[in-house]
Design a protein around this ligand. Sequence first.
Ligand code: GLA
Length: 728
Amino acid sequence: MNIDYNSQNNTFHLYNSKLSYVISVEKNQFLVTQYFGKRIRSFNMSRRHWQYDRGFLSNPDNADKQFSLDVILREFPDTFQGDFRTAAYRIRSEDGDAVTRFKFAGHKIYRGKQDLSGLPQVDGNENDTLTLEIYLLDDIRNLKIILFYNIYEDVAVVTRSVKFINDSTETICVEKLLSMNIDFLDEDWEVLTLTGSHLDEKRQNRRAILSDQIRIESSRGTSSPQATPFIGLLKPQSNEFVGDCVGITIMYSGSFEATVQKAQFGSIRTQIGINSDGFSWVSNPSESLDVPEAIIAFSDEGTNGLSNEFHKLFESRVIRPQFRERERPILINTWESFYNAIDETKVLELAKVSKDLGFELLVIDDGWFKNRNSDASGLGDWVVDGEKFPSGLAALSKQIREMGLEFGLWFEPEMVSKDSNLFKQHPDWVICSHRYEPINSRNQFVLNLGIKDVQNYLFEKISTIIIESKVTYIKWDMNRHLTDLFSAGLSNSQQGELSFRYTLGLYSLLEKLNLCFPDVLFENCSSGGGRLDPGMLRYMPQAWVSDNTDAIGRINIQEGTSILFPPSILGNHVSDIPNHQVGRITPIQTRFNVALLGILGYELDLTCLDDKEKFIIKSQIDFYKSYRSLFQFGKFSKLYSSNSNYNAWQIISKNAELIAVVVIQKLSPNSYRVPIIKLAGLDSESFYENIESGEVFGGDELMFSGISFERVRTDFYSWLKIFKKVNK
Ligand code: GLA
């Protein structure tokens, strides 16, 4: 790992063993992306033929018609300077003038990382991280931009962020300040996005980019199930295992924008940052503004390779240290068992059966607090419903813990129901315009987390319950998006700050809770995986992937989610049939096989099961426990399948001794075309035993010849095979 500055040709070369990123300074002013990709030893300007006079372009130096900002590959493109592709920032003075002219003004290289105030960051220390700061200065206006670049010892990832500093004497309005921009000279890429909806999160969309632009965004105040803050650039020839792939995401959970734009002469612009639509920030003299950290990853080993870089980064540098490699408990959740019709008797009966079956954590979902018999009321007060739970939460938790289970609880802290005491006392805490009643969504309004008193109130409520009831797990839900964006507490010109301030307020509350309760496991939920993004991961090392608990429905959701996120954070539940979301009836083995690639949980009324069903679930739990670290911390890959009716997943333990393969047959086929599944990443010289049958195969055979499966005349069938490395 190093950052070389070559003063001869004015280039910066950031590299580690896997990745190189080269930036140059042209004409002593303009930053140019020279290269981002597989590690190279040095860069000696092998590609510079973009420089010729194309005519009809703007030229910052009139004596040099070959040089135009509209053509060069840029690191942080400006506004109104003749680069007509999308800009990375727009900054306006009091008189309305947004023409700015920032020029390169120096750099600094150091060990460790900068601090971004109030924002979650990838961890980096003096031993394993280097930082490059590049200074851009508008010396007419006395404005400064710092571009931060971080390179890490062990992952093919660069992180970037930006600080704006107002050294002038006037108030400046920052209308757009993205976190990164990279332009690629090579135009031959396909674009991968992860968009979707509630019950259908992180759908993979892969297509060519033609002479146009792909922009994905959220203006919902959260990253959202509709659009994940992620764009992938994939070589058209690439697949799960081979080919260059670049992935870009961001440590941010609010409204974002991400763009891939093919320019007139074919280069590709990529950007990610806070959504500039609706955003603005007032910067007074000597104030500064930090924006979220972007993550840019590279792999030449296809989408699995790219995912593995993200997984490694998140597991080792984003999840809080307390939870790195800490095995997660097997939980039973009450939502699909009882919904809001929950009470003490039901919970205790459920707890008893759960304990017998081997569960470790009982989670009371929605419905435990006063005035919560439906989703029409009750949010905000966070007082236990004494009729449903006459002994109170602390006593119930004690009984559950005495049975040998941990106690977990659902909260939706960011919300308030109109029918609640909190709303009566503090209507001013709701995000809304004073002119209108706020828009309802799931019968609830959003609390303005940008207000310190709101943060303090929520901290007080949640921490009291954690302490009194010895809660070791919290499912933190967020079931609606932000509307009516107005805050009486902000000035006229600050209204564009509301959404960003909301997210900063959320982070500050979560930071405080993490600090005070370092061992409480937070599971991130937003109507399922609606806010499953790297920013939230910093505070919550577990995430509910989707409200869709149907095994077949989840195949694509889990595959899409695994593009970014490792199994160790993905909460999956086995639920009842017919499935409550899609009505499908699937075998319990398939529901289990799909759920076990991650953190296993169950969400069904165990007290209604017959003995045979209980036996099956107990056996599943016992099985999962004996391979838990494989399923939670192994290396995940989507496998090549010769037939699209079959999805195949593999997970290899950290020491590469154990391999689990799950294959799902979606429908019973009309005629049988034998599915061939090829394992990956094994040692071709070693042998592996199928632990069920005792058969032994060479790693080369499993990878190159592959395994096949018998004909089973059932829809939604699945197989789970475990192989163990053996000496032969
Ligand atoms: C959301 C969550 C569910 C459940 C309900 C409770 O939909 O995603 O898992 O907690 O809220 O209201």
